[in-house]
Design a protein around this ligand. Sequence first.
Ligand SMILES: *[C@@H]1O[C@H](CO)[C@@H](O)[C@H](O)[C@H]1NC(C)=O
Ligand SMILES: *[C@@H]1O[C@H](CO)[C@@H](O)[C@H](O)[C@H]1NC(C)=O
Ligand SMILES: *[C@@H]1O[C@H](CO)[C@@H](O)[C@H](O)[C@H]1NC(C)=O
Ligand SMILES: *[C@@H]1O[C@H](CO)[C@@H](O)[C@H](O)[C@H]1NC(C)=O
Ligand SMILES: *[C@@H]1O[C@H](CO)[C@@H](O)[C@H](O)[C@H]1NC(C)=O
Length: 274
Amino acid sequence: MKKPRARNLLSAFCLLASLFTVACVNSPIIGIIGEAVMLPCPCMLPINLDRLYLYWQIQGTVVDTFINGEASRSHQDIMYHNRTKLFVRENNTCSLLLSQLSVKDEKTYECLHGSPHITKNDVSLLVAANYTSPVLQVPSEQPRGRYTCTATGGFPEATIYWLLDNQPLPWDPESQQSVLDESTGRYNVTSTQAANISQDSTLTCIVENKRLNVNLSQTLNSPSTQDSPQNHIVIPLAVVSCCGVIVVVCLGITMMRRYLGTSRRTIHHNNTVV
Ligand SMILES: *[C@@H]1O[C@H](CO)[C@@H](O)[C@H](O)[C@H]1NC(C)=O
Ligand SMILES: *[C@@H]1O[C@H](CO)[C@@H](O)[C@H](O)[C@H]1NC(C)=O
Ligand SMILES: *[C@@H]1O[C@H](CO)[C@@H](O)[C@H](O)[C@H]1NC(C)=O
Ligand SMILES: *[C@@H]1O[C@H](CO)[C@@H](O)[C@H](O)[C@H]1NC(C)=O
Ligand SMILES: *[C@@H]1O[C@H](CO)[C@@H](O)[C@H](O)[C@H]1NC(C)=O
């Protein structure tokens, strides 16, 4: 009875351990385009920092170095000029702060450090950017027609889903278009959806940025009532009924006051009698 349980425990532990190791080694760092990111590299520093050899590179391209007790930028690639910071003296790590991130920074960085034995840590960096809040455009012929959902300036390419009355509509990859803005490296995404929307339906589009685990959505409520003749009847009706309710409530309060006033007077009267 005991042995299988022990074995189960052991295999569960190994599974957990392996998951953990994989996560430790492979989980990439996510940085936001335009912002800065800390690329972690824990290291054992020698007591004399002059002996430290620290080299951040990408397959031979020098990102930043700390040699002979100081940050050395003489061999730094121009792509990283003014964008890197090391904290060896400040807080005893070999971590690198890389600022003004762009899509081009999506690479695996090697942190080589040691004294005298060199250790290598790999840090893979992925970049991302949030999309703008999606804009849902109503077709000219309502209620039927092709609705359009657009979100701009995000990274990586998003997926757009549609919901009709909170029920997912079949996803059609053909309906989605993405445009890469060459100058910013960001995407504009658009999806069109043919729908027949009744008066009490709601249509929602969801823009999913999987890397950031963020969904942005926009909902259209009963679009068929927009600018339709019914609106002109509905609004005055609502105003009239609202006014009616207020009048009734006011009347009720006045009558209650009167009633309470008379009853209080009666009680008062009774009291004086007693
Ligand atoms: C780095 O900053 C200096 C001074 O602020 C500036 O002269 C130089 O052009 C900058 N280099 C790059 C590549 O931006
Ligand atoms: C090191 O110190 C800087 C401030 O001097 C801080 O912003 C940064 O987060 C620290 N880095 C680490 C890895 O603790
Ligand atoms: C993406 O959308 C923005 C904002 O609407 C616009 O300024 C930009 O030109 C678009 N880029 C492309 C490549 O269409
Ligand atoms: C669209 O809705 C209208 C009114 O609800 C209905 O008469 C029509 O058959 C619908 N068309 C389709 C294609 O579902
Ligand atoms: C975003 O929406 C999609 C589609 O509805 C869903 O599968 C996913 O779990 C959502 N993600 C988040 C973070 O809400």
